[in-house]
Design a protein around this ligand. Structure first.
Ligand code: GLN
Length: 312
């Protein structure tokens, strides 16, 4: 059974449709004063915010003049204005205004303590399912690891894709683990997921040789590139989840080195990486010596984004 998307907050405010449309039109008009920002993106974010905090549908937004007389909202109009101002003046990611994001079929809680799950990462779950189907040597599909789980997005994806499976998640941030735990409870997936506080494989000692697959979207941005990221990312997202050290490969290197100890024969590792890291990651996998069928997969934009390798 597919879990239902659940609203994270209730629509407690009844707002006049007409007042809301006036506000909306004004907010759109004011966007023309924004410089050095994509107006198309901001306009999309404005719509996303409205849809997220109200009972409006995308069609309602297209038909604004014939607005419903009363709109149910999670915040008052004044609060909506304050939230939108934070977006514009503090570079707050729109997902932080609502504390939510959508990722695959999930409506997830996010906070400043976790990386906002990105659309490109959604593909990781499909790659895991394909890799599992293609491994003739795996004797079970029951044990999974999500290293650096953050919001828990990957763990939820794995638990749903393998309903008989157990997912061990690890994060070195207790705050992130709390977010991941809440998200798993929202979808009733917490009985399948274990949450461990620690560094990479540290908390998994005792489970050597057992994992069907180990999956991770680790920090992979080179430290000196961090300040060049969009201010929404650099100023508001956790550097712990982004900073991959001098060449961006610190975490990837450690995971590649140790994963074979934890995988069953025929088990696989699937990692996300940055554009341009594919050759280096492939070399790390080859040099480790215990992997075969090493493959690089592109994301939906065609960028080499994921590395996959089976344990010999
Ligand atoms: N994809 C993220 C970004 O572009 C980075 C995620 C990561 O370092 N794992 O900001």
């Amino acid at each position: 059974m597919q879990p239902q998307r659940q609203p994270l907050r209730s629509n407690a405010f009844q707002v006049s449709g007409q007042r809301l449309w006036q506000w909306y039109q004004q907010a759109i008009a004011n966007l023309s004063q924004e410089q050095e920002r994509s107006l198309v993106d901001l306009r999309q974010e404005l719509d996303w915010l409205l849809l997220e905090i109200s009972n409006l549908t995308p069609l309602d937004l297209k038909l604004t003049p014939s607005a419903p007389p009363i709109v149910q909202m999670q915040v008052s109009l004044e609060e909506l204005q304050q939230l939108w101002q934070q977006r514009l003046t503090e570079n707050k990611p729109v997902q932080h205004l609502t504390g939510t994001t959508h990722w695959r079929q999930f409506h997830l809680q996010v906070s400043k303590d976790v990386l906002i799950p990105r659309p490109e990462t959604e593909l990781l779950i499909d790659l895991v399912v394909d890799a599992a189907q293609n491994s003739a040597r795996l004797d079970h599909l029951n044990l999974w690891a999500d290293l650096g789980t953050g919001s828990g997005a990957i763990a939820l994806g794995l638990a749903t894709a393998f309903p008989q499976g157990t997912v061990h998640t690890v994060d070195c941030s207790r705050e992130a683990l709390a977010v991941a735990q809440r998200n798993s409870q929202t979808y009733g997936l917490d009985p399948q997921i274990h949450f461990h506080w620690g560094q990479w494989f540290g908390p998994l000692v005792g489970l050597e040789g057992q994992f069907s697959g180990i999956v991770s979207n680790p920090p992979y941005i080179p430290t000196e590139i961090l300040p060049t990221l969009q201010p929404e990312v650099f100023e508001h997202e956790p550097h712990l989840a982004l900073d991959g050290g001098e060449d961006g490969l610190d975490a990837i290197q450690e995971i590649v080195a140790i994963a074979p100890q934890y995988l069953q024969p025929g088990g696989f590792l699937l990692l996300e990486m940055m554009c341009g890291q594919d050759a280096a990651v492939k070399t790390l996998l080859i040099n480790q010596g215990q992997y075969e069928q090493i493959q690089i997969h592109p994301d939906l934009a065609g960028i080499p984004r994921f590395a996959q390798a089976y344990r010999i």
